[in-house]
Design a protein around this ligand. Structure first.
Ligand code: GLY
Length: 323
């Protein structure tokens, strides 16, 4: 599987020693990523450029236990530079249906700045992943995974999510999930015209090969995540959310709830990433405009979102598209 070079550590001392032995001081570039190996809601990943950042990340994960038990093991890996893309596929263990690629926006703030989050927005399809790249990922990542699991007598059926970094050395796997991504799922499924329930039933019953090809809306979709003030750090919950009905009136818009709950009939915030405001449009920029028009209708105390979701698509469309 094409991925970054990495090492696994179980204590702060050996991880720190590994860094100190290799990087003399902060003047030497230190392109590493320090990860809490367990689940940390997408937040346990620290991208480092110098030695102090790497040592601080080890301290936060392994000494201060900022991510709890997720930090019992740490992975220190080579930092891969490039653009990230999410390639999802549905498989019944024999047949693989690759879904149109999506691009997430993991950093919290505009221009991909700030701490990592679970994802502040996504769009699909991602022009960056042209048909040649997608076939390469199928051949080198998805097919070997499904075959290997079958050979291990642990056949997999469900959703495979390959988080890819498109580097100058070719696509490399950054992460693997066995679920639809959030927020990638929203723009991908907004475009699916086939009956998802039938697809999932066929997956569970091992007969994906009998399905007709999946039908897709040709229009792109953009999802903007609206978040609570303070996310991805600490945030308060329970703020009433207004304007959901107004947003729902906008054509080709769907507001997906993530961190909400009902409090005496009133929808209130109940998480860091609260809503995934998703829209279809005749172009990525039209879908973006529609999604942000809906975002403007919705308000609660402290609500915020990135303002540049999908702008990367406009930059990459000339470089990465099939045309
Ligand atoms: N958006 C990243 C994930 O779902 O893992």
């Amino acid at each position: 599987m094409p991925t970054a070079d990495y090492q696994v550590f179980r204590d702060a001392e050996s991880a720190s020693r590994f860094i100190i032995d290799r990087y003399e001081d902060d003047h030497q570039p230190c392109p590493l990523v320090v990860k809490a190996d367990g689940l940390a809601s997408g937040k346990g990943v620290v991208v480092c450029s110098n030695r102090s950042q790497a040592l601080e990340a080890i301290d936060r994960i392994a000494r201060q236990r900022e991510f709890g038990d997720a930090g019992r093991e740490m992975v220190i890996e080579e930092r891969l530079d490039g653009q990230e893309a999410s390639v999802l596929a549905i498989t019944d263990g024999r047949t693989i249906l690759t879904l149109p690629p999506a691009q997430d926006h993991k950093p919290a703030y505009d221009g991909d700045r700030g701490p990592n989050t679970g994802g502040m927005g996504a769009y699909s399809p991602a022009p960056l992943v042209n048909s040649h790249t997608l076939s390469w990922i199928e051949e080198h990542v998805l097919v070997p995974t499904v075959h290997a699991m079958k050979r291990m007598r642990a056949p997999f059926s469900g959703v495979l999510y390959a988080g890819m970094m498109l580097t100058n050395q070719g696509p490399k796997v950054l992460e693997y999930n066995v679920r639809f991504g959030d927020p990638e799922c929203q723009p991908i499924l907004m475009r699916l015209k086939s009956d998802l329930a039938q697809v999932l039933l066929a997956t569970a019953e091992g007969r994906l090969d009998e399905l007709p090809p999946l039908e897709w809306d040709p229009r792109p979709a953009v999802c903007v995540v609206m978040a609570s003030e303070g996310y991805p750090g600490n945030y308060a919950k329970g703020f009433p959310i207004r304007g959901l009905e107004e947003a729902a009136q906008i054509p080709d818009v769907k507001v997906f709830h993530a961190g909400t709950r009902l409090d005496n009939g009133q929808v209130v915030t109940d998480g860091g990433r609260v809503l995934g405001v998703t829209a279809l449009g005749n172009s990525i920029s039209a879908a973006k405009l529609q999604a942000y028009t809906a975002v403007k209708c919705i308000r609660w105390s402290g609500a915020w979102c990135r303002k540049d979701i999908s702008d990367k698509a406009l930059l990459s469309s000339s470089a990465g598209s099939d045309s």
